[in-house]
Design a protein. Structure first.
Length: 202
């Protein structure tokens, strides 16, 4: 667990108590097939029980009414400006003490894997590149990971933390796969590419 940014004046870094979080509305952005019962599941693709919404547009909620937000491998599919607007809009709709968990393919993990030629990363990603990767070399893998799967932008953990702080979040903690301080254990990406952060709105 890594605390990257902490503001503790007037207990601003404390989330709502567990009962309040449990009772508050929860939303799952870019849910895909990972439907979470009891949550608002939002995606651009239609499906049973899914709220269809384009995340490039403002989220369809009033300000300060959401207790929990979860998104995983979503923000990289938006360009830089829309990604920042989404983070800002998440902050807008969260209640004071509300929490958000975000997971994405971390650019710093990819760079480190490329430089150190990490076998576990290569073994993980190659099956997803079978249709486009021609040589299996690290140089091609690096380019493919940046520009495949309709990815529009890339974030390191440090840059993501800076953006989250800039939009107003006061606590940023890195968590492992399905490791959460707030019971947000709906992750699907137990792999060497993904970083998860949990943040609190003051």
């Amino acid at each position: 667990m890594v605390a990257l940014s902490v503001v503790s004046t007037r207990d601003l870094d404390r989330p709502m108590d567990k009962k309040a979080l449990s009772d508050s509305k929860k939303i799952h952005l870019g849910c895909g097939s990972n439907f979470i019962h009891g949550w608002d599941n939002i995606d651009i693709v239609m499906g049973d029980g899914i709220i269809v919404h384009d995340l490039r547009e403002s989220l369809p909620y009033k300000s300060e009414i959401i207790g929990t937000i979860f998104m995983e491998h979503v923000i990289e599919h938006l360009d830089k400006d829309h990604g920042y607007k989404l983070l800002s809009d998440c902050f807008r709709i969260l209640r004071s003490g509300g929490v958000m968990r975000i997971g994405w393919p971390d650019l710093s993990r990819l760079i480190k894997a490329y430089v150190l030629r990490r076998r576990n990363y290569k073994d993980f990603v190659i099956p997803f590149l079978n249709d486009i990767n021609k040589t299996g070399t690290w140089d091609e893998i690096l380019s493919d990971c940046l520009f495949s799967w309709d990815h529009k932008y890339a974030y390191t953990k440090k840059f993501m933390s800076i953006l989250l702080t800039e939009v107003g979040f006061v606590v940023i903690r890195e968590k492992g796969f399905r490791e959460s301080d707030y019971g947000i254990i709906h992750d699907q990406r137990n792999d060497p590419a993904t970083t998860y952060l949990e943040v609190i709105k003051p």
